[in-house]
Design a protein around this ligand. Structure first.
Ligand SMILES: [Fe+2]
Length: 305
């Protein structure tokens, strides 16, 4: 089951999903929402993107990840070696590890940007996490990477990046919510829509800041649309949840895992396990299906290339 919560697994199966654990250790989750329970079909590949999250460049505790300087580079080498390149890659926040020093923050961002430039793939989308943007309202991030909320479209899928990290109160804010509402208003109710955020929009575990203070307002805006999925980071582990008909998929982090929500007294980085290097870290590929509601998520572990 590969680090998937049993309840989530049962929920997925109950929703008509199937989980295939491949020999490589990669988990393939085939969502067949709207089809008969238990059915699983391989997707007709029209578009592939990679979600890579929480690289925390600048983090340097060897007890948590002795390969703190090399893990992201390994992922980039892996992606470069993929036979068929994805359409784009999104870094879903916490590109850098937070620092109080504005100069050091900018240095970390510039370094991360240079490493990411090593991707053969040039369609790279960036968005901030609170480590990047929470201490200066996104100023350094915008200098280095540009806008923190924006839309784009690939093939028939509409992507909307929502910034719930720059505001130090864990909020999206009314101005951006109005913008989101206006952008959604341009789309048909049946449009395929993917939302990228850093924090979860729903209240996963507010005690650990695993929520968005005004996330319910964003979900209300999304709710009239039939085919919406939210992909986020922040919690450094795979997690799948539904609000109404909307899926919310959390990605693993690139550098260290965090505990399951509320499973430990404190939200602490889980230590490196030398018997299982890179356990709990990785990234994923996502393939929206050609039919109305399905997504295939493939969780990809870090490996030497
Ligand atoms: Fe993070």
């Amino acid at each position: 089951m590969y680090e998937m919560d049993r309840r989530d697994f049962i929920k997925l199966i109950g929703m008509g999903g199937a989980v295939i654990v491949m020999e490589t250790g990669i988990t393939e989750i085939v969502m067949e929402m709207g089809s008969s329970a238990g059915a699983a079909t391989m997707p007709q590949e029209t578009l592939t993107f990679i979600q890579l999250s929480d690289t925390h460049w600048g983090f340097n505790d060897p007890k948590i990840n002795p390969d703190f300087a090399g893990t992201l580079k390994k992922a980039i080498a892996q992606i470069n070696s993929m036979k068929s390149q994805p359409d784009f890659i999104i870094f879903s926040g916490d590109v850098t590890h937070s620092t109080d020093d504005p100069k050091e923050r900018r240095r970390r961002m510039a370094e991360a940007r240079d490493i990411i430039a090593g991707l053969n793939l040039k369609n790279v989308k960036m968005m901030p996490g609170e480590h990047d943007a929470g201490l200066d309202n996104g100023e350094a991030f915008q200098e280095c990477f540009g806008k923190t909320h924006y839309t784009f479209k690939y093939k028939d899928v509409n992507f909307i990046v929502v910034d719930n990290a720059s505001d130090s109160t864990s909020s999206i804010g009314d101005t951006q919510l109005e913008w989101l509402s206006a952008e959604m208003g341009k789309l048909e109710k049946e449009s395929k829509i993917v939302i990228f955020t850093h924090r979860p929009l729903f209240e996963l575990y507010p005690q650990w800041d695993w929520w968005t203070r005004d996330g319910a307002k964003a979900i209300d805006i999304l709710m009239p649309y039939k085919n919406v999925a939210v992909f986020y980071g922040h919690i450094h582990q795979e997690h799948h949840h539904m609000t109404g008909h909307i899926w919310h998929h959390a990605a693993k982090g690139m550098l260290f895992p965090l505990p399951a929500p509320g499973s430990l007294p404190k939200r602490v980085q889980l230590p490196w396990d030398s018997a299982h290097p890179y356990r709990g870290v990785g990234y994923r590929s996502v393939v929206p299906k050609t039919d109305e509601y399905g997504y295939t998520l493939t969780e990809i572990p870090i490996a030497e290339v």
